[in-house]
Design a protein around this ligand. Structure first.
Ligand SMILES: [Zn+2]
Length: 500
């Protein structure tokens, strides 16, 4: 069967299922939105709209709940003229419809929908199946993000992580600090590469998500069973915010939003009480907007040069009797962890920001190799999200990161068997230093998103590229940019825009 991502269990049964004009759907009210979604997809494919019935015996498509199934899991049983969909929760119901979309080849024009009888029993290997999009280096607005959410949900990914702030731009409306939007959301130029030469151009770049944008995105994502996890990166990667409020740095000397990429020495001062108030205020507005259970605080790549030379930072460190500046960073993160915990949120930070004194409740996003000894000790007993840059940083060129390499992503690599339960899931990353427009964004993402989903959902299966073909045909129909190197028979899509 051509289902992507590969389900836990699937088999064809002898027999043929036909959806005719008079077929009927039975569904309890609670899940009606999903049954209607299926009816809409069927209408879009073959032009007739199925009726709903209250009498289960009259129905050819039956939706029903079964509390014994796994979270997000479902069973599709198509046999003897009836397609029965069972699930435990709304996500399982949503994913069952996505599987039926593939089994019935919905989206492709058909006179009548037919498929082989079959049985699919499915649930995800990982609860956290994410994609990060960097909105700071280049800004992408609501329409692009909605498209990404839709594509993610079709392959059963469930977390959109937004990298909202960095040196090159602060991308979220914050009412209490209006200069974050007036000043921190715009830069006067960007580092560009041209003919092997690197220079800074003078083309302004700006934008940010308004609160209304976020509300709309979160509601749209919820309909697609996707959580939107916000990231406010601290204490490093904060030059844009510091350009707006330079008094929050150690030197007070930050004068503009950074135009170059790379790592800046300018970071939030760890000894200034106003910094703690500022970050807590920002996080309060963030928590009001994003209902997801996680808030990402970044924490990566923090040069401590400024802290070493700052009277306030040194005083804070000795008052707290801390051993070194890494512990000072950990102290900072802990202040915000407690603030967020009181609001029912859990913190994620990147693994290079995790130290042996980092609270064990903090989730570590492992993107760069963990340092032996000290690093390993810091990670012990901690939940992790696996995002190795060699496998899932989709900003890399396809020559460096071909699809087959993404498919080799192994979330358990280097994890002891006893610690496997600590792997929350996997996440891909779209860093946008060199992604300037939507076309480039989707080209870098597709079809690597499908390979990510294959690894996040279950064990990958060898026939991935075969199952991928109908996804690629879909991208083509939808006019989305994608790497068509993986499309077989490029000129041979049949007249319905499908591959056989
Ligand atoms: Zn300082």
């Amino acid at each position: 069967m051509k289902i992507l991502p590969n389900p836990q269990k699937s088999e064809n049964i002898s027999g043929l299922f036909v959806i005719g004009k008079n077929s009927k759907i039975f569904c309890e009210n609670e899940y009606l939105s999903q049954a209607e979604r299926l009816a809409d997809l069927i209408y879009g494919s073959c032009g007739y709209f199925l009726q709903f019935t209250d009498v289960i015996e009259e129905a050819q498509i039956i939706f029903s709940r079964d509390d014994a199934l796994n979270d997000e899991g479902y069973i599709v049983m198509i046999s003897e003229g009836v397609a029965t969909v069972t699930f435990k929760d709304i996500r399982g119901c949503f994913y069952a419809v996505e599987t039926l979309r593939q089994v019935f080849r919905l989206g492709v024009k058909q006179d009548q929908i037919t498929c082989a009888d079959c049985y699919v029993e499915d649930s995800p290997k990982f609860a956290y199946r994410g994609l990060m999009v960097d909105l700071s280096r280049h800004f992408f607005g609501l329409d692009t993000l909605k498209k990404i959410v839709e594509l993610m949900s079709q392959v059963k990914l469930n977390v959109l992580h937004l990298h909202l702030t960095d040196d090159q731009g602060f991308r979220l409306q914050i009412d209490k600090y209006p200069l974050l939007n007036e000043i921190a959301s715009v830069r006067d130029g960007s580092e560009v590469e041209h003919d092997g030469e690197t220079y800074v151009d003078d083309v302004p770049h700006g934008g940010y998500l308004t609160k209304q944008d976020v509300r709309e995105l979160v509601a749209f994502a919820k309909e697609h069973c996707v959580d939107v996890v916000p990231e406010i990166d601290i204490p490093g990667h904060t030059v844009a915010a510091l350009a707006a409020y330079p008094q929050l740095s150690c030197t007070g000397g930050v004068s503009e939003v950074r135009k170059k990429w790379g790592i800046s020495k300018e970071i939030l001062c760890a000894g200034n009480d106003d910094v703690y108030k500022f970050v807590c205020d920002v996080l309060d507005e963030v928590c009001e907007l994003f209902p997801a259970p996680y808030v990402h605080l970044g924490g990566e790549e923090v040069p401590k040069d400024r802290w070493c030379n700052c009277k306030l930072c040194r005083e804070r460190m000795s008052a707290l009797k801390l051993n070194g500046y890494d512990e000072l960073q950990t102290y900072m993160i802990e202040v915000f962890r407690k603030h967020l915990e009181a609001k029912g949120k859990r913190v994620i930070i990147r693994n290079d920001g995790v130290t042996p004194t980092t609270d064990v409740d903090i989730v570590s996003q492992v993107w760069t190799p963990v340092k032996r000894r000290k690093g390993a000790k810091a990670q012990r007993g901690r939940q992790i999200i696996v995002s190795p840059r060699k496998y899932v940083h989709f900003s890399r060129s396809y020559s460096l990161l071909p699809l087959k390499k993404v498919l080799r992503l192994d979330a358990y690599k280097g994890v002891k068997k006893a610690d496997r339960a600590n792997v929350l899931g996997v996440e891909g990353a779209l860093w946008t230093q060199h992604i300037e427009n939507e076309q480039q964004l989707f080209y870098q993402l597709l079809p690597r998103l499908d390979a990510l989903a294959e690894c996040a959902w279950n064990k990958r299966k060898k026939d991935f590229k075969l199952r991928l073909q109908s996804r690629l045909a879909y991208y083509k129909r939808e006019n989305l940019a994608f790497n068509d190197k993986y499309l077989k028979n490029k000129d041979n899509l049949n007249k319905n825009g499908d591959t056989d």
